[in-house]
Design a binder for this molecule. Structure first.
Ligand SMILES: Cc1ncc(COP(=O)(O)O)c(C=O)c1O
Length: 418
């Protein structure tokens, strides 16, 4: 038992942590932005680097005693540069939202000139930080948005170009939180060049796929690419900024002292471990399997009468319009939660319902693939999901599905020995 001292000092927190571990073990985690990080990453994140202040950058710190954090941060930077083929990397952003703010600050000289942002509509799959009115991005910049086509739910690059020509944004953001198709970053670059805008790609969801060439690359086509490190990349909670060399100074200044203080060096150590693992053949194989599993899960749902929005997926996630089977997104999320399947309710493009109880759910395969599950388990899981959602009042069926979920989960143990 790893948490001995925690248990002695603070049994309430220890108990919650134990229950959370049991919850993760005894269920199917289908939230596409979540994952089970590696044991080595967890260990790095709990090292004594948490004790160290290290404002500044390797070799140029405002504190003494930084010789070992410098080793860690330099390794993280070099590994991330190699992994993504980036000219410059900042590994200090504490979250994806911070990374996006810092990227925009770096490119716009602190938003002094009434800058404009064009990003994907949150109701079509974009993220809050891509220009939504409740986020700093929509509050500090004049925001406009693009969406997906009503016909096939794909991005329409001709339409995006027209919007960009009309709006003349300072920054065009590509990338999404709920878009199941491949994104053409080169097309975004061409649009940005045509209107004299910077191109920022936020690859938070697909970073693992991009790093292993299971998705088109963004780095050659962007001024700045940002990503979280905890989704498909399967590292610790946090983010990094990958930039062209010409923006390196501005990026570093925007992160520190611009938007953040002392970097979380224990998390940077964990990021370094994640990047090392991400350069292995085993990680490439894991990423390939995430996509194969998502396609297998979509096929199984279709076979069982539940069609994902747009008919399937090309990446790690899909959206399901559950109103077609008489449910709302909240009801489906709750029902699945009752049988230990975790998903999140989500708006679907052109949703008629409100975000707090939308028409859809979003499901993805990074976490269940990390447990070692393959296509045969996806077939089974698809049939369990549809059995439950299509007959929610059937108590016997619910008990059966929950038992099956527990059985599959226990076949693929998680964090054994903790
Ligand atoms: C595309 C995208 N960018 C940024 C973020 C924000 O990341 P964080 O929660 O670390 O701030 C998310 C989170 O879901 C995301 O999906």
């Amino acid at each position: 038992m790893l948490w001995k001292e925690l248990e002695r000092i603070d049994p309430e927190i220890a108990s919650a942590a134990k229950k959370e571990l049991a919850r993760q073990r005894d269920g199917l985690e289908l939230i596409p932005s979540e994952n089970f990080t590696y044991r080595a990453v967890l260990e790095a994140a709990s090292t004594v680097f948490t004790n160290k202040y290290a404002e500044g950058y390797p070799g140029k710190r405002y504190y003494g005693g930084c010789e070992f954090v410098d080793v860690v941060e330099s390794l993280a930077i070099e590994r991330a540069k190699k992994l993504f083929g980036a000219e410059h990397v900042n590994v200090q952003p504490n979250s994806g939202s911070h990374a996006n703010m810092e990227a925009y600050m770096a490119l716009t000289d602190w938003l002094k000139k009434g800058d404009k942002i064009l990003g994907m509509n949150i109701f079509h799959g974009g993220h809050l930080t891509h220009g939504h009115s409740v986020s700093f991005s929509g509050k500090l910049m004049k925001a406009s948005s693009y969406g997906v086509s009503k016909d096939d739910f794909h991005l329409d690059y001709d339409e995006i170009r027209k919007i960009a020509e009309r709006e003349k944004p300072t920054i065009i953001v590509s990338g999404a939180s709920a878009y199941p198709w491949e994104i053409d970053f080169k097309a975004f670059r061409e649009i940005a060049d045509a209107v004299g805008a910077f191109h920022v790609a936020d690859i938070a969801h697909i970073a693992g796929l991009v790093a292993t060439k299971n998705h088109k690359d963004s780095v050659p086509y962007t001024d700045i690419t940002t990503t979280t490190t905890h989704k498909t990349l399967r590292g610790p909670r946090g983010a990094i900024i990958l930039s062209k060399k010409e923006h390196s100074e501005a990026v570093d200044k925007a992160v520190f002292p611009g938007c953040q203080g002392g970097p979380l060096e224990h998390i940077i150590a964990a990021k370094a471990v994640c990047f090392k693992i991400a350069m292995t053949g085993e990680f490439s194989q894991y990423q390939r399997q995430i996509v194969k599993n998502a396609k297998a899960l979509a096929s199984s749902l279709i076979e069982n009468g539940i069609e994902p929005v747009g008919g399937g997926t090309e990446n790690h996630l899909m959206l399901i319009d559950v109103t077609k089977i008489g449910l709302t997104g909240s009801q489906a999320e709750k029902l699945l939660g009752e049988v230990n399947i975790t998903v999140n309710k989500n708006v679907i493009p052109y949703d008629q319902r409100k975000p707090f109880d939308p028409s859809g759910i979003r499901i993805g395969t990074p976490a269940i693939t990390a447990r070692g599950m393959g296509e045969s388990e996806m077939k089974h899981i698809g049939s369990l999901i549809s059995r439950l959602l299509k007959d929610p009042a059937n108590t016997q069926a619910k008990i059966h599905v929950k038992n099956e979920v527990l059985e599959v989960s226990r076949e693929f143990p998680l964090y054994e020995g903790i």
